[in-house]
Structures are given as structure tokens and as C-alpha cells.
Design a protein around this ligand. Structure first.
Ligand code: NAD
Length: 488
């Protein structure tokens, strides 16, 4: 008898909600290629219902004190801790991450949640001076209303926590558009919010495609703030639509992040971080180090060490594996096609370049970790994000040239430099076009209290998380009193 395939529904007003159209999207296991579940293919009418639920829940939720909201968020944190293994197992299966990576991501999401639950006891305003005698002024933060949060599948529970907790602590209610490739983790999280006592309607989930479901959230006039993490092309469209209707928008978009290795770098250390930056999470990080820029005098030595390191990386989903598959067959095919195109443009594939030759992995969406050299700096793969385990190597003669190359894409998300010279490190970090610049580390590694976001086509200038996220999810109001001594 054929096994019945589970359908993941929406979550509206504190319960499961199946779209009336009954349409579904197939979701496959990235490691085996087998059908894992079906996902509600929501229409704009389903999105409208979720927004209505969030709008109706808004007055009561925003009326709670921030401390009161923080206490409820702390209960969600406790529920996430109780169910951490279940969350990690779900991420591992849906995204094809090795277990230690899925656990690490879950731990990061819990830390994020803890940080924001504590914000209930801060949410500081400022007291302001005045030129008018007797006038006393201060600022307060007020919620914006319904927040539409749109996330990708690459680090799904981290992405959900990153946006949901600051939105809720500020007093907004939420409609989350889950990623097509990580539907179950959003549903699990919604169930935990219920277990923790979050009032119905405060957090809702819409499953489905970017178009129509995500787009309906963006265009709904009742959604006052949109926070989107995803590709630059979709981000540009969202900026246009939300710009027209003057909704607040935060865009966290793509990256083509440079990692520079100077001639005075600790090469073993640099190779370690270069490999992690390029290949962890199978390269599916906005902050992946996908361009390595190396000083000519150490180029061959660095390249040989990197290739040795890459050949030792273990593919698979077992504990201790370094990288799993990419999340979908579509993504796998687009990466393989890009590698083939690159060869025609003069790129030399030094290792990888295809699917692994391992019968245990042949049904999954695997791409070998791939290192390419010889590409022109303006070749497509040198400049455009691929979102997979592929890195290009570039040789330079000086720090000036390294900086010029580092800044030569439309993006500006993160960057790293490896050097023993504090002068070189500071010179580079000050000048590189990036929202995050790391010295002697990888290109990723943000923490809940640190603002993250990019220059150029990597975003629209907002920063999340850290206290800067409060500017996304709240409105500032200035309140003034005039004290009249004659009335004493
Ligand atoms: P994507 O833009 O295709 O999809 C992201 C989300 O947006 C999904 O939930 C999708 O359904 C939805 N979506 C798609 N079209 C939409 C539309 N027209 N309206 C509303 N929603 C829509 O991106 P992806 O391929 O899933 O994710 C990879 C991208 O995300 C990469 O570019 C990566 O760099 C970026 N990313 C950025 C950050 C960051 O913090 N800057 C973090 C992680 C990922």
C-alpha cells in the first residue's frame, strides 16, 4: 500500500488551516530525492485570511507592556529549548544539513530568541533636552502593526527567529511566509508558540510559492512592515511595491563575499576559514566567502593547501560530514549549469565541478565542493552570487588591488582579510564595501546583538538583528510635556 504523504497546511489564528483550493507543492528530501511532504500552495485569499487574523490580534498584543510580551517570548524560548532536538531533526531532513550543523543553527535561533525576549525589559527611548524652558521630551517606540516576514530555506529556524522575535517584542503581530523548501520547521515553530501561550492570531504562517503567496503579503495594504530575506531580484521588486505604498521595508539580499589572503597571513588558518566560508552549509549562505583573493607570492602555496583541504571534505548527512546537498534539484541544476558556462569562459575547474561519484549520494541534490581559477574579474561567476559550494580564486599583486577587486561587484554584504598586520587589516576593513568586515576569520559569523546587513545590492540599508532591528519593527514617537511653575 502506498504511504500517505503528509500535507503541511497554513497556520492561521492558532490552528492549522488548509487552503480551499487544495493545491499543493511537492517537497523532496534533498539527500534522497524522495517525496518528503506536500505543502499548501496558498493563494492571495489565504494570505488575506492570515493578515486579517494578525490585524484582529494586534490591538490586544500591542496593548501588553513590553515586559509582558517579553515574558511570553521567554516561554517560547523555553519551548524551543525543550524541543531543540525535534527542531534540529526537522531542519536536517528538510534542508539536508549534517546533524551538528542543524543543532548549531537551532542553538543560534534560541540565542536570538533569548536576546529579544530580554529586550522587553529594555526597549529604551531617549530623554531629550529642549530650548524651551519647562519643556521635557522623550522618545518611545511603538509597534507598526502587521509585520509580513518572508524567509528563505538556507538557515530556516535562524531566519524565522531573526525576524519573528524583534517583530513581536515591538508589539507587532506577524504573518510569516515560510520558504517552499523548509515548510515543516515553520509549522513546528508555530506549534511551539501555541504551547508557550502566545495568543492566537499573533503569529501566523503562510506556506506556498513566492508568487502568489509572498507577493500577496507584499501588496496587502494592511501589512505595515515587510522584512524580506532572499535574492536581490525579488528584493528589488519588493522595494518598488512597498515604496509606492510607503510601507516600511527591510531587505536582506544576496552577497558575493571576498576573502583576502595577504602574503603575511597564517596560511593554515586562512585555508581553514576559506574552506568554511565557501563550503559550510553547502555554500548556501548570503555571507558565503565565494571569492578568494590571494597575493601572488603565496598564490600557489595557498591554492595547494586549499585543494588538499577541499579533497578531505566529506559529503553527506551523517554526523561529522562537512557539507550536505543543496536544498533542491532546481538549485543543483542551476549550479551545475553555471559551472559548465564558466568552463567556456576560460575558468579552470581545479576540483569538484560536478556531482559526487558515490552511489550513496547519487539520488540527492549534491554538488561537489568546487574551486575555479583563471576567470576574468568581470566574468559572471566572479561577480554574481551562485548560492552553492563553488568558489573562485583570484591572484593580486597588492593590497590596493585586492581591495579594488573585493569592491568590484554590485553587492556589499560581508568581507574578510587574513593578515598579521594590524595596519593592513584596519586599512582594508575601513575601505571594503561591506556591512560586515572580519579579520582573520570567515566571511560569516553574526551574533544576535550584532547588526548585520549590506551595502549596495545586498540590501536597502537596514540592519537586523541587534538593537538596529528596532528601527525596522517600531515607529519612534517624540513626546513632550510643558511644565508651568505658575500652576504649582
Ligand atoms: P528567493 O528570493 O527566491 O526566495 C526567498 C523567499 O522569498 C521565499 O520564501 C520565496 O517564496 C519568497 N519569494 C519569492 N518571490 C517572491 C515575491 N515575488 N514576493 C514575495 N516573496 C517572494 O531566494 P532563495 O533562493 O530562496 O534564497 C537565497 C537568497 O537569499 C540568496 O540570494 C541569499 O544571498 C539570500 N539570503 C540573504 C540573507 C541576508 O541576510 N542578506 C540571508 C540568507 C539568504
Amino acid at each position: 500500500m502506498a504511504q500517505e504523504i503528509h500535507v503541511i497546511p497554513n497556520w492561521i489564528n492558532g490552528c492549522e488551516h488548509y487552503p480551499e483550493t487544495k493545491g499543493t507543492i511537492d517537497k523532496f528530501n534533498p539527500h534522497t530525492g524522495e517525496l518528503l511532504c506536500r505543502v499548501a500552495d496558498s493563494s492571495s485569499a489565504d494570505v488575506a485570511q492570515a493578515v486579517t487574523a494578525a490585524a484582529l490580534a494586534f490591538p490586544a498584543w500591542s496593548d501588553l507592556t513590553p515586559v509582558g510580551r517579553g515574558q511570553i517570548l521567554s516561554e517560547i524560548v523555553a519551548a524551543m529549548k525543550r524541543h531543540a532536538d525535534k527542531l534540529a531533526d526537522c531542519i536536517a531532513i528538510e534542508t539536508g544539513k549534517p546533524p551538528q550543523d542543524a543543532k548549531g543553527e537551532t542553538g543560534g535561533a534560541i540565542l536570538q530568541a533569548e536576546y529579544w525576549a530580554g529586550e522587553g525589559m529594555r526597549l529604551y527611548g531617549r530623554s531629550l533636552t529642549s530650548g524651551m524652558p519647562g519643556k521635557f521630551s522623550h522618545t518611545v517606540r511603538q509597534p507598526r502593526g502587521v509585520a509580513g516576514l518572508i524567509v528563505p530555506a538556507n538557515t530556516p529556524i535562524a531566519n524565522i527567529a531573526w525576524k519573528t522575535f524583534p517583530a513581536l517584542i515591538c508589539g507587532n503581530t506577524v504573518v510569516l511566509k515560510a520558504a517552499e523548501d523548509s515548510p515543516r520547521i515553520a509549522q513546528l515553530f508555530a506549534e511551539l508558540t501555541k504551547e508557550a501561550g502566545l495568543p492566537d492570531g499573533v503569529f501566523n504562517v503562510i506556506q506556498g510559492r513566492g508568487q502568489p503567496a509572498g507577493a500577496a503579503l507584499v501588496t496587502d495594504e494592511r501589512v505595515n512592515v515587510i522584512s524580506f530575506t532572499g535574492s536581490t531580484g525579488v528584493g528589488r521588486w519588493i522595494a518598488e511595491v512597498t515604496g509606492k505604498r510607503l510601507a516600511r521595508v527591510s531587505l536582506e539580499l544576496g552577497g558575493k563575499n571576498p576573502l583576502v589572503v595577504c602574503d603575511d597571513a597564517d596560511l593554515e588558518h586562512a585555508v581553514h576559514w576559506a574552506a568554511l566560508s565557501a563550503f559550510s552549509n553547502a555554500g548556501q549562505r548570503c555571507a558565503a566567502g565565494s571569492r578568494i583573493i590571494v597575493f601572488g607570492s603565496i598564490y600557489s602555496a595557498f591554492r595547494d593547501k586549499l585543494l588538499a583541504k577541499v579533497s578531505s571534505l566529506k559529503l553527506g548527512v551523517a554526523a561529522g560530514c562537512d557539507l550536505g546537498p543543496v536544498v533542491s534539484q532546481r538549485q543543483q541544476q542551476s549550479i551545475l549549469t553555471a559551472i559548465e558556462t564558466t568552463k567556456a569562459q576560460g575558468g579552470r575547474v581545479l576540483c569538484g565541478g560536478g556531482v559526487p561519484n558515490d552511489p550513496e549520494l547519487e539520488d540527492g541534490y549534491y554538488v561537489q565542493p568546487t574551486v575555479i581559477e583563471g576567470l576574468a574579474t568581470n566574468a559572471e561567476l566572479s561577480c554574481k552570487e551562485l548560492f552553492g559550494p563553488v568558489v573562485t580564486l583570484h591572484e593580486v599583486d597588492s593590497l590596493e588591488q585586492a581591495l579594488q577587486l573585493a569592491n568590484a561587484t554590485e553587492y556589499g554584504l560581508t568581507a574578510a582579510i587574513h593578515t598579521r598586520s594590524v595596519d593592513r587589516a584596519m586599512w582594508f576593513a575601513q575601505r571594503v564595501k561591506a556591512g560586515v568586515a572580519n579579520v582573520n576569520m570567515g566571511t560569516y559569523g553574526s551574533e544576535p546583538h550584532m547588526p548585520f546587513g549590506g551595502f549596495g545590492a545586498s540590501g536597502n540599508g537596514t540592519r537586523e538583528p541587534g538593537i538596529e532591528a528596532l528601527d525596522v519593527y517600531s515607529e519612534l514617537k517624540s513626546i513632550s510635556f510643558l511644565v508651568r511653575p505658575q500652576l504649582l
